[in-house]
Design a protein around this ligand. Structure first.
Ligand code: GLU
Length: 608
């Protein structure tokens, strides 16, 4: 989490830093700060609690002038959001911005206090500034002292360090949190992700674990964890920053919900060919994929929910055993690796700390291979995985994921069909899957026209404290996703249950106040689901049922049926997600919460 940006140039970089922070704000938004220094060593700093807007609105910002600088938008881990805790942190002439957690900050703090340092914040980050300062007093260049200082840090970090006594360069280090170098003409930049820099540079270098970089305006040196000078690949991106405006939408989340048809269309492009699914990225791995006997999916949050849907697909369509685990559990648990098991890691940003750790662990555990599905090409997971599939959802800014989720599901379904074919399982079904996927963007266009109906429905939820979501089969993880969306942005406590499990405990929660949202597509589980609906009705719960328009419900008391158009069964999980996203969005809109940047959350979770 948190966004870092740094620049070494020959022009005033204040505006570049502020704009970069704005674009990184989805990573953290409780406070923001920057320090810029001119070539005479004149330093200007500004820190503010609140969003980047508060910082950029400050009168002083217009007066700041400097050609070297660092900036930070924070997602507090240690110490409340306050001006004193806002980065950059300072130790005399050393300035530091940091993303991550220094786990041994307490012992380092004691050590540094003993050495005479005075702390002005409660953050773990401040120890880095003092440590570098102390090391510098022992002698050596900034690069050398940072190299020594970081050997004493435990935990995860990406840091950018500036010594205002020598503003000709910055030193950056990466261990556990992402860092990208943006290479310009006569100027260089560093940031948490390329989004921050897209309109300024097109050439990027992704620092690898343990890398240290010395960044001058005209020169750049990278050292690996063994202190060897290394050359890292330069990636050229011609992508434009396409999210600078919300257009006519009120929120990025709203825009991203409506972008789903195009996000899915782009994800499908070039991958469907006359009823066949073609994942050319995997052509060279066909032999390997044809012997996979087990799939282990690791993911967090929304990506975990899409992994759960994929489990139903892998087992029912491709006949391959599949398990799904939350990455933060997987990485710290001793697990047994099945024979010929493929590890699939899912992450929108490609930087999710726990998922990245799980991927790395899988390499030690003896998995057959690894495959990552991500929405970001220049990312750690993509770089470190044996196989990669990219969704083409475009940049997702809203913290609550929408188009990245449905694009991820689209790609997962293609992967299931593809591996299934290689294993001789789904040849007959592949055509139907491809046909259904082809129609998916249009189906979603159609369901999005229900927005007004759902907006009206949302009014019923505004005063609620709790809500339950029910689904069966592949709709159970969609119920989980619906509950997650509602929690994230409307702050209503929501839980999802497999409808058949209701009577084993959760039914006790149902009373006259409890809204229960059910996804009811027309499939072979419908009869069973209808019995569960009756169980809720008998206890006085309010039912909101998203159902295929052809389903007949005999009794409508305390039941609101929202009829949905026809959809092919195989893509129903993706289709039925849309009304739940709209419901969460409109409830939050009426409640007036901060939809794009909900409290306590940040988008790209780069701390564990
Ligand atoms: N641990 C640091 C802090 O709480 C950095 C948090 C971040 O990554 O935003 O300030």
């Amino acid at each position: 989490m948190c966004g870092i940006i740094g620049a070494v140039a020959l022009r005033n970089i204040t505006k570049i830093l502020i704009e970069g922070l704005r674009r990184l704000e989805y990573r953290g938004y409780d406070s923001a700060g920057l320090s810029v220094v001119d070539n005479k060593g004149q330093i200007n700093s500004l820190r503010r609690v609140g969003k980047v807007q508060v910082l950029s609105d400050a009168d002083m910002i217009q007066k700041l002038d400097g050609s070297t600088g660092i900036a930070h938008t924070r997602w507090a881990t240690h110490g409340e959001p306050s001006e004193a805790n806002t980065h950059p942190h300072v130790s005399q002439h050393i300035y530091v911005v940091h993303n991550g957690i220094i786990e041994n900050h307490e012992s380092l703090r004691e050590l540094l206090i003993d050495r005479g340092y005075h702390f002005t914040s409660e953050t773990d980050t401040e120890v880095i500034a003092h440590l570098v300062n102390w090391q510098q007093q022992q002698g050596g260049s900034l690069l050398k002292v940072v190299k020594t200082a970081i050997t004493q840090l435990r935990g995860s970090y990406s840091i950018v360090i500036m010594d205002i006594q020598d503003p000709s360069h910055l030193v950056a280090a990466r261990s556990g949190s992402p860092l990208i170098i943006g290479c310009g003409e006569g100027e260089n930049f560093v940031a948490s992700d390329q989004l921050a820099l897209l309109s300024i540079v097109h050439r990027f270098i992704c620092l690898e674990e343990g890398d240290l970089a010395e960044i001058y305006a005209n020169n750049l040196s990278i050292f690996d964890k063994h202190n060897n000078i290394v050359k890292r690949p330069v990636v050229e991106l011609q992508t434009k920053y396409d999210t600078s405006s919300k257009g006519t939408y009120r929120h990025y989340m709203e825009k991203e919900i409506y972008e789903q048809p195009i996000a899915i269309k782009n994800t499908l492009e070039g991958r469907l060919n006359r009823g066949k699914i073609n994942l050319s990225e995997l052509t060279e791995k066909q032999e390997l994929l044809s012997v996979v006997q087990h799939i282990q999916i690791v993911a967090c949050g929304t990506s975990y929910n899409s992994g759960m849907v994929a489990r139903y697909w892998f087992e029912s369509l491709a006949g391959i055993a599949c398990d799904v685990e939350i990455a933060s559990e997987f990485r710290y648990r001793k697990s047994c690796v099945r024979k010929n098991s493929l590890l699939i890691a899912l992450s929108q940003s490609g930087e999710t700390a726990d998922t990245l750790a799980a991927l790395r662990l899988s390499k030690e555990l003896g998995y057959l291979s690894s495959l990552v599905i991500s929405n970001v090409l220049v990312s750690s997971l993509v770089r470190e995985s044996n196989m990669v599939l990219l969704t083409k959802a475009g940049t997702e800014i809203g913290v609550a994921s929408t188009k990245a989720f449905t694009s991820q599901l689209t790609l997962l379904l293609m992967l299931v069909a593809y591996i299934g074919r290689l294993q001789g399982q789904v040849i007959s079904k592949e055509y139907d899957i491809a046909q259904a996927l082809q129609k998916l963007p249009a189906r979603i266009e159609q369901i999005l026209t229900l927005d007004k109906t759902i907006e009206t429905l949302a009014k019923n939820f505004v005063d609620k404290k709790h809500a339950l979501f029910l689904g069966r089969g592949d709709q159970y993880p969609i119920a989980m996703e619906g509950a997650l969306k509602l929690k994230e942005i409307s702050y209503i406590h929501a839980e999802a249950f497999a409808a058949g499990d209701l009577k084993h405990g959760p039914l006790a929660l149902v009373d006259n106040e409890m809204p229960v949202i059910v996804n009811a597509p027309n499939n072979k589980l419908l009869k069973k689901l209808k019995s569960n609906i009756e169980e809720v009705r008998a206890r006085g719960g309010w039912l909101y049922i998203f159902a295929d328009k052809n389903i007949y419900f005999s009794n409508n008391t305390k039941m609101k049926i929202i009829p949905l158009p026809y959809v092919e069964e195989i893509i129903a999980p993706i289709f039925y997600t849309i009304p739940l996203q709209l419901l969460a969005y409109y409830v939050a809109l009426i409640k007036g919460t901060d939809i794009d940047q909900p409290r306590n959350l940040a988008k790209s979770v780069t701390v564990e």
